[in-house]
Design a protein. Structure first.
Length: 96
């Protein structure tokens, strides 16, 4: 037979087991919810943001190529202007 002290210990253990089981169940449910939230965020990233980022980087490359082309044209024009300044100076007899 169980003594009164054993009976109280059993009741306490039963109560603790019940409380812990409830907390573990809640924690497990919360973790599943978080996993679902993370999965939705990953899907959103994959389907919405990644293609946009790829397009941005592709556009960036096009812009850089255009800028390089414009820079080369400006450099060429600058050299022509410098050459013409020298020619004008020579034509004017060395006077600027």
């Amino acid at each position: 037979m169980l003594s009164l002290e054993d009976d109280k210990t059993f009741e306490l253990l039963t109560k603790m087991y019940s409380e812990f089981s409830g907390r573990f169940d809640k924690a497990e449910k919360d973790i599943k919810g978080l996993k679902n939230d993370v999965a939705r965020v990953e899907i959103k990233l994959e389907h919405n943001i990644e293609p946009k980022m790829k397009a941005i980087f592709e556009d960036r490359d096009v812009v850089h190529k255009k800028l390089d082309s414009i820079e080369q044209k400006v450099d060429d024009l600058s050299k022509r202007v410098d050459k013409q300044d020298i020619q004008i100076s020579v034509i004017n007899g060395g006077k600027i």
